[in-house]
Write a protein that binds this ligand. Structure first.
Ligand code: NAD
Ligand code: UFG
Length: 343
C-alpha cells in the first residue's frame, strides 16, 4: 500500500481525490492549514471510504512542519499538491499572500522530495494559463498567455519552477494537471464544495440561490461573441477530476511516464454557456434559479474549453459523468448542508 501525501486534502478537489486514492488502495496522509476548509471533511471522507486518512493540521509554507511530517510518516512515495490560495479576485488585492503561499508551498515540497525518496509530484494547475485562447478547444500546446491575475501567474510560475527543477536532474517526476472548471460533489453528498462567505464561483452561487440563501444569480454578461451571449466554460465533474489524479499517481509510481514532466488538460471537451448551465440545472433538479443578466465581470474569459485527447489516450482517463448528474450532485450537497444546519 503506497503512502501518498495530499496537501490541501481537506479542500474541495483534495477531499474528493483522497476518497478515490483510498478506494484505489493507497494510504493517504493529508496536510492542510484549514485556511479554506474544515476538519469535519476528514469525517466525511471516513464515512464514504470506511478509512480515516491521517490528518496533519499544518502550513506547507513552514518547512519545519513538513520535515516533521516526513519524519512522522516515513516512506511517502508520491505527493499531490493542492494546497494553494485560489481566489482570482482576491489575488489582485493581496498579491504577496498569493505568491508567498502558492510558491513557498511548492518550493518546500520540491526541496524535501529527494531527501525523503519521493518518486513524483502531481501539481494542480489551471486552464487560466491559456488566458483568452485564440482557438478552442485548447490543447496542451496552445500558447500560454500573460496571466491576468497574480493567482494565474502563480500557476504559470509554478509550472516553470517544476520544469527547471526536473531539468536540473532531480530524481523524481511530475505530472502537471490543468483543470478546467471543476463542479459538483460526491454522489454520497458527504463531501462537496463549501466556500467561505459569498461564493465567487458560478455553481455554489447558483445552488445557494436555488435554495433561497441568495436572492438572485447574476449572469455576468450576455453580449459575448457566443451563441447565447453568455461565457462558455468546460465544466468537469469533481469525482471524474479526482480519478485523473489516481491515474497520474499510478503513472509516476509505476514508471509509466514517457517524460519526467507530463502535462494534461482535464476537461470534458464540451463548451457550455452560463445560460445553458442554468437550464441544465433546472431541468435536472426541477428547481428554478432566479437570475438576471448584469454587466460583464472584470477579467472574465469569453470562451474556453479543453481538448482532453492526451489525457484520454495517454493517461487512460476520461470524464464520464453527465452534466445532469453533476448538477444533481451539486444540489444534493446543498440540501445536505441545510439538513446539517451548516447553511
Ligand atoms: P480549496 O481552497 O478548496 O482547497 C485548497 C486547500 O488547501 C484548502 O483546504 C486550504 O485550507 C489548503 N491550504 C491553502 N494553503 C495552504 C498551506 N499553505 N498549507 C496547508 N494547506 C493549505 O481549493 P480547490 O478548489 O480544492 O483547489 C485545489 C487546487 O486546485 C488549488 O491549487 C487550486 O488553485 C487548483 N485549481 C482549482 C480550480 C477550481 O476551480 N476549484 C481550478 C483550477 C485549479
Ligand atoms: N458567473 C456568473 N455569475 C456568477 C459567477 C460566475 O455569471 O455569480 C460566470 C462567470 O462570468 C463565468 C462562469 O460563470 O463565465 C464561470 O465562472 P467561475 O467564477 O465559476 O469560474 P471561472 O471560469 O471564472 O474560474 C474558475 C476558477 C479559477 C480557475 C478557472 C480555470 O475560479 O480559479 O476556473 O480553472 F483558474
Amino acid at each position: 500500500m503506497d503512502r501518498i501525501l495530499v496537501t490541501g486534502g481537506t479542500g474541495y478537489i483534495g477531499s474528493h481525490t483522497v476518497v478515490e486514492l483510498q478506494q484505489a488502495g493507497y494510504e493517504v496522509v493529508i496536510i492542510d492549514n484549514l485556511s479554506n476548509s474544515n476538519r469535519d471533511v476528514v469525517d466525511g471522507i471516513e464515512r464514504i471510504t470506511g478509512v480515516r486518512p491521517a490528518f496533519v493540521e499544518g502550513d506547507c509554507t513552514d518547512i519545519g512542519t513538513l520535515r516533521k511530517l516526513f519524519a512522522d510518516y516515513p516512506g511517502i512515495k508520491g505527493i499531490i499538491n493542492f494546497a494553494a490560495s485560489k481566489a482570482v479576485g482576491e489575488s489582485v488585492h493581496k498579491p504577496i499572500l498569493y505568491y508567498r503561499n502558492n510558491l513557498n508551498t511548492l518550493l518546500n515540497l520540491l526541496d524535501l522530495m529527494e531527501p525523503n525518496g519521493v518518486k513524483g509530484i502531481v501539481f494542480s494547475s489551471s486552464c487560466t494559463v491559456y488566458g483568452e485562447p485564440d482557438e478552442n478547444p485548447v490543447t496542451e500546446e496552445s500558447p500560454i498567455k500573460k496571466a491576468t491575475s497574480p493567482y494565474g501567474n502563480t500557476k504559470q510560475i509554478s509550472e516553470e519552477i517544476i520544469t527547471d527543477v526536473i531539468n536540473s536532474g532531480a530524481r523524481f517526476k511530475s505530472v502537471i494537471l490543468r483543470y478546467f472548471n471543476p463542479v459538483g460533489a460526491h454522489p454520497s453528498a458527504e463531501i462537496g464544495e463549501l466556500p467561505n462567505g459569498v461564493p465567487q464561483n458560478l455553481i455554489p452561487y447558483l445552488t445557494q440561490t436555488a435554495i433561497g440563501i441568495r436572492k438572485e444569480l447574476s449572469v455576468f454578461g450576455d453580449d459575448y461573441n457566443t451563441p447565447d451571449g453568455s461565457c462558455i466554460r468546460d465544466y468537469i465533474n469533481v469525482v471524474d477530476l479526482a480519478k485523473a489524479h489516481v491515474a497520474a499517481v499510478e503513472r509516476m509510481l509505476q514508471d509509466k511516464s514517457e517524460d519526467k514532466i507530463e502535462i494534461f488538460n482535464l476537461g470534458t471537451g464540451n463548451g457550455v454557456s452560463v445560460l445553458q448551465l442554468i437550464n441544465v440545472f433546472e431541468s435536472a433538479t426541477g428547481v428554478k434559479v432566479p437570475h438576471k443578466i448584469v454587466g460583464r465581470r472584470d477579467g472574465d474569459i469569453e470562451k474556453v474549453w479543453a481538448d482532453p485527447e492526451r489525457a484520454n489516450k495517454v493517461l487512460g482517463w476520461k470524464a464520464t459523468s453527465s452534466l445532469e448528474d453533476t448538477m444533481r450532485s451539486a444540489w444534493n450537497w446543498q440540501l445536505k448542508l441545510r439538513e446539517r444546519g451548516v447553511m
